[in-house]
Design a protein around this ligand. Structure first.
Ligand code: NDP
Length: 502
């Protein structure tokens, strides 16, 4: 039975989990509602998996893991390419589901879904190219490494970019011979379930890819704690990431943690201010600020502060916020009521920590039940303010004025996070020397973040460990086996056992 979307009624029917190649309700029969963040109305009931369902999914993934590992890499790549084709064919429905479930405005959801095949094709291309190396050891021996899959990998996904984040970790995992169990965020399960239908259609063997829907503390924790899960990719908040890492430690699973951030956008006095403003707006307003790399600390040089703020306000005034299905919309709602209340609370905190320069309210003309917040800018903020230190995950920016470059770098690095930074200057030497001093996992110079399958993404400090995307991601989904072959005719002829180092 396939998942169906009725766009007029804004309802989705037949949301079932995908386990061991079949469609299933939760063993307990439990379900929970998933809500349209534009209206606050329920759009579907989704199975509420618990440890029993997780166990079934992991057992299926484990049963086929050796067979999948030894399936020719070329054949694994072929299935990924077929899947990329099916995603492209079904892009419209996937985008509409993603928009309805996550609050992305439709045009953005369409862009995101249109990009998904790039990840599948990138990893399809690498499936038969990743390998070990030879090692020059002393003596008449041949020494080399094999790069092997981990086995069963778990993928715990957040709600902000549900399908993209699922695919960016499952594509390398599958390409490199792992079998997957995915736990989407409870707010955004639908695109993962539709994607599972396409996995089935592409012809992946039963058990290679599984999706269990449910709550983090129930299904997510059971998955992270499962002794047969060999690798966990967790994308989400730093707090939950620490919990997952502790659960993984109990059975020594490898973990990739893609966590939160509080990223600086640095504007030097010689910056192209129009570009810097555009990057700043993308930085804290993309998906209503619910982006891990969100540039929520705007470090603006004192000489250009007034000009920058004037342009920023003009740009924000021009932004269309509201109905996700309106072609002119540039920003939709926050994901849920909890997040809405949290962002509103931070706006109140900001009023006592700085000057409210723009926004702070509900955007005019938005639906009453929807979780909409105006883009909000605070000025006269210091880097020790809560709104400059804590991840808000909403469209709220703190402008920090600076004059001294050493103090600027100190302030940028004075954060528990280290995910990402943006630097605007026309002086390339200054841009690169600043880049070298920033304690972050990624820097864009005179540009805004654009996620790509080939560039490594991940954080320093409490923003995470391991890397998604790029060749670096290979490490997160493989392990090394070292092999040495003695090439002498007789072991005794070539080895002085008494003198052999151990
Ligand atoms: P959460 O940490 O709340 O949740 C992430 C995922 O973990 C969800 O699937 C959640 O399930 C699950 N989860 C919750 N509790 C547990 C648990 N005890 N054990 C196992 N799994 C659990 O993050 P959000 O969904 O709120 O996402 C926002 C956060 O994600 C932000 O901090 C953001 O910066 C970060 N993020 C990082 C990215 C990166 O690449 N570095 C990219 C995108 C987001 P449920 O939904 O049911 O609670």
């Amino acid at each position: 039975m396939t998942l169906t979307l009725d766009l007029t009624a804004r309802r989705v029917e037949h949301a079932r989990m995908f386990v061991d190649g079949g469609w299933a309700d939760a063993a307990s029969g439990g379900s929970f509602p998933t809500v349209d963040p534009s209206t606050g109305e329920t759009i579907a009931q989704v199975p509420r998996a618990d440890a029993t369902d997780v166990d079934r999914a992991v057992a299926a993934a484990r049963r086929v893991s050796v067979e999948w590992q030894f399936t020719d890499a070329v054949a694994r790549a072929g299935l990924l390419r077929a899947l990329a084709g099916l995603v492209a064919e079904n892009a419209d429905e996937l985008a509409r589901l993603e928009a309805l479930d996550s609050g992305h405005y439709l045009a953005k959801a369409q862009e995101l879904v249109a990009a998904i095949p790039l990840w599948l094709e990138y990893w399809a291309g690498l499936a038969d190219k990743v390998g070990g190396r030879t090692i020059d050891v002393p003596g008449n021996k041949l020494s080399f490494t094999l790069r092997e899959p981990l086995g069963v990998t778990a993928h715990i996904v957040p709600w902000n970019y549900p399908l993209l984040i699922l695919v960016r970790s499952c594509a390398p995992a599958l390409a490199l011979g792992n079998t997957c169990v995915v736990k989407p965020a409870e707010d955004t399960s639908l695109s993962a379930l539709k994607f599972a239908e396409l996995v089935e259609q592409a012809g992946f063997p039963a058990g290679v890819f599984n999706v269990v829907t449910g709550f983090g503390a129930e299904a997510g924790a059971a998955l992270a704690a499962h002794p047969d899960v060999a690798g966990i990719t967790f994308t989400g908040s730093t707090e939950t990431g620490k919990t997952v890492a502790k659960l993984a430690a109990d059975h020594v699973a490898q973990v990739n943690l893609e966590l939160g951030g509080k990223s600086p956008t640095i504007v030097f006095p010689d910056a192209d201010l129009d570009d810097a403003v555009e990057a700043a707006v993308q930085g804290f307003c993309s998906h209503a600020g619910q982006v891990c790399v969100a540039g929520t600390r705007l470090f603006v040089h004192a000489d250009v502060r007034e000009a920058f703020l004037a342009k920023l306000v003009d740009r924000l005034r021009a932004a269309k916020i509201g109905d996700i299905f309106d072609g002119a919309t540039q920003m939709g709602p926050l994901i849920n009521e909890k997040q809405y209340r949290r962002v509103r609370e931070y706006i109140e905190i900001g009023k006592s920590e700085g000057t409210l320069h723009y926004g702070g309210g509900r955007p005019a003309g938005t639906a009453d039940g929807g979780y909409y917040v105006e883009p909000t800018v605070f000025t006269d903020v210091t880097n020790d303010a809560r709104i400059a230190r804590e991840e808000i995950f909403g469209p709220v920016a703190a402008v920090i004025t600076w004059t001294d470059e050493d103090e600027l770098i100190r302030a940028c690095n004075d954060s528990p996070y280290g995910l990402f930074a943006v630097v605007f200057t026309k002086d390339i030497t200054r841009a690169l020397s600043t880049t070298r001093r920033l304690q972050v996992g990624g820097v864009m110079i005179n540009d805004w973040f654009g996620e790509l399958p080939m560039t490594p993404h991940g954080g320093h400090k409490q923003s995470g460990t391991g890397r998604e995307e790029g060749l670096e991601a290979v490490h997160g989904y493989t392990q090394i086996k070292h092999v040495t072959v003695n090439l002498d005719d007789s072991l005794r002829a070539g080895t002085d056992w008494a003198g052999a180092p151990l």
